[in-house]
Design a protein around this ligand. Structure first.
Ligand SMILES: [Zn+2]
Ligand SMILES: [Zn+2]
Length: 417
């Protein structure tokens, strides 16, 4: 063993009581096989040079005997952990400020720039130790359960990592908003008016979905992430709209998703259906948002013209709107909450079908973010071109439904059912 290193360690131990783990980690390099063995050997060598070691009844100056304290908590940890479903763990320790200052002091005084921090070493040691005891896997990423150890209060907290479930929803009833609103009495705190849910009782898409996720996973709560939203009077049909439910701090992880699907679908008053539920990782939330923001959508628009229209007009609408860039200023109806700006959105194709003398159904496949109602009536010239202008008459929207949203999203997210 390196002579210089042993002298350095001897000098440290002349002045401070330090455990062999902390000696080991101060000079540790990841290429060493075993930090504890290395620390022990180093300490033994150094102690040979000392006539008497310092105040041996004191705890380690650098870690305050964290490993011993942690071990004492293990029986209670094992009994608490039984309630949780998990395959992998990670242990993270909260280091008291005092110990960080001690470490700085030693590192400056003895000019030590090598090794690992107390957190690095103990996180790894504890994770491996616990995993072995429980017969589970220790991981530093994508683990199921975090065991947080507060080394000051000697407290262990179990923090299950969130689960992300991807799916698509179909909204088949009008008048339903996507998100719940907070209770108007308590603004989310929970009161008798809202049965202590914190939310208004008006039904919503997430209101039909989330509570079933929270209860199936025995979670703290669930958060709804959707790929855009539809107006309250617009239906989302066919394959539906992509969404991800973030299940927060779930106790259960092995939930049968097709059962969960059934539970949601049979308790939603026929207004909302979910399908193709599958677990994804956390990155999928951001990816879904980015991939779908301007992704392809197909709408079915039913309009009424003020005048009778012939096939020639419908043909003209198809021709002029297919493969066309629409210039659209922020619609008047959303100006109070969105900045007034110009948007340029592509229509890929339009198919028109006559329903009667002054009614037509249009299938519009376009880039996401195009405002369809405004495309129909023109919004006083703020959308250009528009159907009213092409038909040279006023146009009223009778209904608008979405029949396809981001058809390739599953492929892009690499989701395989
Ligand atoms: Zn120590
Ligand atoms: Zn309330």
């Amino acid at each position: 063993m390196n002579r210089e290193l042993i002298i350095k360690v001897t000098n440290i131990l002349k002045n401070y009581k330090i455990c062999s783990i902390c000696i080991g980690r101060l000079f540790y390099h990841p290429s060493f096989k075993n930090l504890i063995k290395f620390g022990k050997a180093l300490k033994i060598e150094a102690l040979k040079n000392l006539k008497e070691p310092v105040k041996s009844d004191r705890p380690c100056y650098l870690c305050n005997n964290t490993f011993i304290k942690f071990k004492k908590e293990i029986p209670s940890l094992i009994s608490k952990i039984q309630a949780y479903e998990f395959d992998s763990i990670y242990t993270s320790i909260k280091v008291p400020k005092k110990l960080i200052l001690h470490e700085d002091e030693i590192r400056v005084r003895f000019q030590i720039s090598s090794g690992e921090s107390i957190k690095q070493t103990f996180n790894r040691l504890f994770s491996n130790y616990i995993a072995k005891k429980l017969g589970k896997i220790a991981k530093s990423k994508d683990y199921h359960l975090m065991i947080s150890f507060d080394a000051e209060k000697n407290q262990i907290e179990l923090i299950p990592q969130n689960i992300y479930i991807y799916g698509r929803y179909i909204k088949s009833k009008k008048g339903l908003s996507q998100t719940r609103s907070y209770c108007y009495v308590c603004y989310g705190k929970g009161c008798s008016e809202c049965d202590y849910t914190g939310y208004d009782k008006a039904p919503s898409v997430e209101g039909y979905i989330l509570p079933h996720f929270t209860s199936a996973f025995q979670a703290q709560k669930s958060i709804f992430h959707a790929a855009g939203r539809e107006d309250i009077d617009v239906l989302t049909l066919n394959e539906g709209r992509p969404f991800i439910v973030e299940v927060v701090r779930p106790i259960k992880r092995k939930v049968n998703l097709s059962e969960l699907e059934k539970v949601v679908n049979t308790n939603s008053d026929g207004a909302v259906f979910v399908k193709n539920l599958i677990e994804v990782n956390r990155d999928a939330v951001k990816k879904m948002t980015v991939f779908t923001r301007y992704d392809e959508k197909t709408y079915v628009l039913l309009v009424e013209f003020e005048k009778e229209i012939g096939d020639d007009i419908l043909f003209k609408i198809e021709k002029e709107l297919t493969n066309r860039v629409i210039v659209q200023r922020t619609p008047t109806r959303v100006l109070h909450r969105r900045k007034d700006k110009y948007r340029y959105k592509m229509i890929y194709d339009v198919k028109a079908k006559k329903i009667d003398n002054n009614k037509a159904e249009l299938h519009i496949r376009c880039q996401g973010g195009l405002y369809i109602k405004e495309l129909a009536h023109g919004d006083n010239g703020r959308t250009n071109p528009n159907i009213a202008q092409i038909a040279n008459t006023n146009v009223k929207v009778l209904s608008l439904n979405i029949i396809s949203i981001a058809p390739d999203l599953e492929k892009k997210l690499e989701i395989i059912h």
